[in-house]
Design a binder for this molecule. Sequence first.
Ligand SMILES: [Zn+2]
Length: 373
Amino acid sequence: MATPLTADQLVRALRAEGLTVIEVPGWRQNNRNHKGDWGPLHGVMLHHTVTPKTMSAVSMCFNGSGDLPGPLCHGVIRRDGTVHLVGYGRANHAGSGDPAVLQAVIKENYGSRPPATRHHQGSKGAVDGNPHFWGFECENEGDGVDPWPAVQVEAMVRASAALCRAQGWTEKSTIGHLEWSDWKSDPKGPDNVVSMPSLRTRIATRLTHPANWTPGTTPKPPAPKPTTPAGDTMPPRLTWLTRAEDLTLIPGSPLTLYWTSEPSDGPGQHGDGGSTFLQGALYTIELDLEFSGLDGNEYLSVRTLNLPAAGGTPVPGGSVEVDGRGDGTSLVKRTLTLTGRVTADSRLAIEVTTQGATATLEYARVQGLSWAL
Ligand SMILES: [Zn+2]
């Protein structure tokens, strides 16, 4: 049992897990709280949308479909792995299900699957799941043939893990709609990628790591000291990372930037949504930022964070303020030069916070040189 996260906590938890989160305007007030309870929360439920590849399911899930009013979930996970928040509060997604499943989720005491559901649609004894589950609708045709992109499945794992982590649950608090209601089939896939036992295994693995973990990476052993001949100097390394998707920045809510592209050396471990980039180095880098939404008296504060590799409290660098511009709509472009040192047992990240109003970060890039310590 858990108190629902606030909307801000929900956004923070998802972003901390490295997800690209898009806040659909009005999502915080979009709910069905006037129709029934919201909370206590017991778990996370995954669904598929049954929508064609060419269609965005975001507005359908915000507004509703047919005679089912929206929101139809809290977040839509698109095929590209982005998470679009469409509702906060009670949502029409879980519907009625088996009380034995609810108990198994609350106790987190089942094996690879919760007990088989026995309550058919409309039967007495079924329990309303809408107060008790966070819901994600995942774009897929739902025919068992339509493939699930790896980036989307990874986002499903991360979104579920983010909520389990923030609410204090294990992976067993995440179930599929098909495990709740025996006439449902979602999420359904052509192979094992979206079977709930396999998703739960991945969520469990993720929960053993910090929120910003990138699968396939393990904490690096301490790097051996480079043995540089006296009088020789190590050549500098180039860092070049960008992100181009819009990010909504909420006033007073710090956001660690994560990088989606690494042009300097192709696909690498820094360009896949991770937020940290330099370790054990002296650096001088330029940070380009493009953002909109701030008036002239509002500003973006930017600072570096040294994140200890072993976990623990990040050590912030000095904060720099970038002013907004008169009408609050036009794009502001600024380049900041950041110079510093990051020790061998920590990694560098960049944190931005808006002061005054919600802003949209449209583009960010770090580019510069570093020298191994
Ligand atoms: Zn469903």
